[in-house]
Design a protein around this ligand. Structure first.
Ligand code: NAD
Length: 467
């Protein structure tokens, strides 16, 4: 692998700190890369601040053109970026390829969105305009489950709106983000884009720094609260995409054979390490046995392995800490329910087989907490009202879904779920033009769509007296 660099002030730089990136499929060091020190982070922030006025004053259409070039660069380097995603994150190559394609698609979509000045009033006495102006320096702090696309869906709207942007990837998946920075060195003006990886200490520095106007954060709810506390002193704007414990409510009118593969795929996507995966499966009594049997069969047939093997459907967990958390839950599972598939781990590599736990209720960590790995409980319910009430008991409110042969009834039930996205007969149906965000403890604000772009701006009113 070629050496990796930070991108600061348009320069590719090294660091005295070295990060050892672990391939979760082998537990071996797959690459070394520089880790940002506080001095390097401060110099990146200073460069971003210097670069901001000229980028703000660059015509909108020219900024959009830069994003189209970013999309082209991602496409042209897709093979390398996908390889890095699999190496650092563990997901199968096909999933990494899809992530890379999505990253380019997000850039192209964002480049197509306009933020024209609106005329709010225009009469004999006044002309009132509303502009959408950039904020200044924006920092994007991201998680390790979708390391490339998550970085891009923060970077693209931040840059289009006219901000300078500093990206901090997760300490365990810095490689694809660093390579992206290297590829964009001559595409985005110096200082307008910076990429700085870290060993875990740069996030708090960014969230406290007075010269950063906004933090766009994706990660756990616990860290999100810390980001919000640190941001308070300088009243930073925040977008917080946090944890989820999405419920799927399966009614007894479904065709189990046709929905089971979808439920399974959406519960175990990315080995269960997806914010908006189905995490609690509520099934109406009449079809409970059939759904449990079908999901257990799919779990038993699933191919778990190294993401480089084309046959692999589910890669390892991304890091040791996550593997240990999920292993502890597997130890607890028989205490709270009946494990009907999976329940086993394999080393070396952080492998956990898709695990289904039935005859389980609330009141334990497998149901009440966000399980960010391939372990899913199936809970039985009798009435729809009961299912909605139990689904809404969670402090999280990211997504939720209803599965039924009657989509009108499904939409009515979905509208009663306390979450940012509620789906019928699908889940995790996200797209660049559709806003997504969390209710309750799942976050603040939205990503994607024009609404997501507006989060990188302030609304400025220009009010002109005509007399
Ligand atoms: P995490 O909160 O541990 O870390 C996320 C990022 O924050 C990392 O880059 C980390 O270095 C940084 N960080 C850690 N402590 C910080 C602090 N005090 N101040 C500022 N930055 C800090 O989360 P994770 O383990 O990387 O990711 C898993 C979590 O992310 C899960 O809860 C998952 O649901 C959530 N997630 C949410 C979404 C969403 O869109 N809602 C998407 C993906 C993941």
């Amino acid at each position: 692998m070629n050496p990796f660099h930070l991108l600061i002030d348009g320069q590719l730089v090294g660091s005295t700190q070295v990060l050892h990136v672990i391939d979760p499929a082998t537990e071996q060091v797959v690459a070394e890369c520089p880790g940002g020190t506080p001095e390097l982070a401060n110099s990146a922030i200073a460069a971003a601040k210097r670069a901001f006025p000229a980028w703000r004053d660059t015509p909108y259409a020219a900024r959009a053109e830069v994003l189209r070039t970013v999309a082209r660069v991602i496409d042209e380097n897709a093979e390398e970026l996908s390889r890095l995603i699999t190496a650092e994150q563990g997901k199968p190559r096909a999933a990494a390829d899809f992530e890379t394609v999505m990253a380019a698609a997000v850039c192209r979509y964002v480049a197509s969105v306009t933020l024209d000045t609106e005329v709010l009033e225009d009469d004999a006495s006044h002309r009132v305009l509303r502009r959408h102006v950039p904020l200044g320096v924006v920092a994007g702090i991201v998680a390790w489950n979708f390391p490339l696309v998550m970085a891009v869906y923060k970077m693209a709207p931040a840059l289009l709106a006219g901000n300078s942007f500093l990206l901090k990837p997760s300490p365990t998946t810095p490689l694809s983000a660093l390579r992206l920075g290297e590829l964009l060195k001559d595409v985005v003006p110096p200082g307008v884009l910076s990429v700085i990886s870290d060993g875990g200490d740069i996030g708090p520095l960014l969230t406290r720094h007075p010269d950063i106007a906004k933090i766009s954060f994706t990660g756990s709810t616990v860290t999100g609260r810390s980001v919000m506390r640190n941001a308070a002193d300088s009243l930073k704007r925040l977008t917080l995409e946090l944890g989820g414990n999405d419920a799927a409510i399966v009614l007894d009118d479904v065709d189990v054979a046709s929905i089971a593969p979808k439920l399974f795929a959406l519960a175990f996507l990315n080995s269960g390490q997806t914010c908006m995966a189905i995490k609690r499966i509520f099934v109406q009594a009449a079809v409970y046995e059939e759904v449990c049997t079908a999901l257990a069969k799919l779990a038993n047939e699933a191919i778990v392995g190294n993401g480089l093997d084309p046959k692999t459907q589910f890669g390892p967990l991304q890091n040791r800490k996550q593997f240990e958390t999920i292993s502890r839950l597997l130890d607890l599972a028989p205490r709270y329910g009946k494990v009907i598939a999976g329940g086993t781990v394999e080393r070396p590599g952080f492998y956990v087989r898709p695990t289904i736990v039935r005859d389980i209720e609330e009141g334990n960590p497998l149901v009440d907490e966000e399980v960010f790995g391939p372990v899913r409980p199936i809970l039985k319910f009798t009435t729809v009202n009961e299912a909605v009430e139990r689904a809404n008991q969670s402090p999280y409110g990211l997504g939720g879904s209803v599965w039924t042969a009657d989509s009108v009834k499904g939409a009515e039930i979905a509208s009663r779920l306390e979450c940012g996205s509620a789906w019928v007969n699908q889940h995790f149906a996200v797209a660049p033009q559709i806003p997504f965000g969390g209710a309750k403890q799942s976050g603040l604000g939205v990503e994607f769509s024009r609404d997501g772009l507006l989060e990188y701006t302030n609304s400025q009113v220009i009010n002109i007296a005509k007399t």
